[in-house]
Design a protein around this ligand. Structure first.
Ligand code: SAM
Length: 287
């Protein structure tokens, strides 16, 4: 590997050095190098291209080295940066929350398409960083949005994001619906719960993210089963439900939804063509 550039070295030399260093931990070192440099330049995306021969501003080299060291220790890029982009939001993230995935934007897109046909509060179960609840709250400021998590650390991150973005969300620490205020009923319920089985082969590569955000139990379907069992007493007649799931879980989920009395059951695919969200319509009156 090249020697680390000196304090007054040109930005393009830092970039070249970073690409080489990052090749040890990522398949896309050129992209990550640009992201790290942009971070060191305090988000100035054009700072590199506008002035490639200029040195880094004061403090930037130190910041770069700190982030790079964490990345070389195999921490996910999002946690090293402390933020990640989702939908039209920049969210704070740390190791207590799942890094929001582009797949989850399928659920946000579907939820936004349901706003006209549902009237009443919206619930995001297992909010993590607050990604889904905040995307919805930003798009429809006139709707009451609730966000639930059973991790107090995750809720703290979501609350911080809501505060930074100035979006009013009702937060509730709850084991799915168990601690929601009695009598509170929703018109639209969204969830991206943990859905991996304990022996899922992908778990080792996800080991930096909270296990509680990933693993549902022995079968992978446990969180859906518990959510569907607890929901009826918190639903308005005509409520809609959208659940994100793994690509191979659509059939299982459609059967589970039917068993729990949901109608107009649907599945939508993500941009890669994989089954990604399923849900339905709740026709009944109050349970
Ligand atoms: C897959 S992550 C989704 C995070 C976020 N909604 C997103 O899409 O990026 C699942 C979330 O469910 C939460 N969770 C796990 N078990 C829970 C439970 N019993 N009750 C409420 N939330 C739970 C986890 O803490 C985690 O934040």
């Amino acid at each position: 590997m090249n020697h680390e550039p000196g304090a007054g070295a040109a930005r393009r030399l830092w970039l070249r050095w970073l690409v080489e260093a990052l090749a040890a931990v990522t398949d896309d070192p050129a992209w990550e190098a640009r992201v790290l440099l942009e971070e060191a330049l305090s988000g100035d995306a054009l700072g590199l291209w506008r002035a490639p021969e200029s040195p880094l501003p004061d403090g930037a080299a130190q910041k770069l080295q700190t982030i790079l060291q964490r990345r070389l220790d195999n921490e996910p890029l999002a946690y090293c940066l402390g933020h990640w982009d989702f939908w039209d939001l920049r969210l704070r993230v740390n190791s207590h929350v799942l890094i929001p995935r582009p797949d989850t934007e399928t659920l946000v897109r579907w939820a936004l398409s349901q706003l006209k046909t549902t009237a009443g509060p919206i619930l995001d179960l297992g909010t993590g960083s607050g990604a889904i609840a905040l995307a919805i709250a930003k798009a429809c400021p006139d709707r009451e949005v609730w966000a639930v998590d059973h991790s107090r650390e995750a809720l703290a991150v979501a609350q911080e994001n809501a505060q930074i973005l100035g979006l009013p969300i009702q937060f509730c620490w709850s084991d799915w619906t168990a601690q929601l205020p009695p009598g509170l009923r929703f018109a639209l319920v969204l969830a991206n719960p943990p859905y991996l089985a304990e022996d899922d082969p992908h778990l080792p590569e996800l080991c930096s993210e909270p296990r509680m955000a990933l693993v549902a139990g022995k079968r992978g379907s446990e969180a859906y089963e518990r959510i569907l069992a607890g929901l009826p007493e918190h639903l308005l007649p005509g409520a809609r439900l959208g659940l994100e799931h793994g690509a191979g879980q659509g059939e299982m989920l459609r059967a589970l939804l039917a068993q729990h009395g949901w109608q107009e059951i649907f599945t939508q695919r993500d941009l890669a063509g994989r089954e990604r969200i399923s849900g339905g319509l709740w026709r009944y009156g109050h349970a």
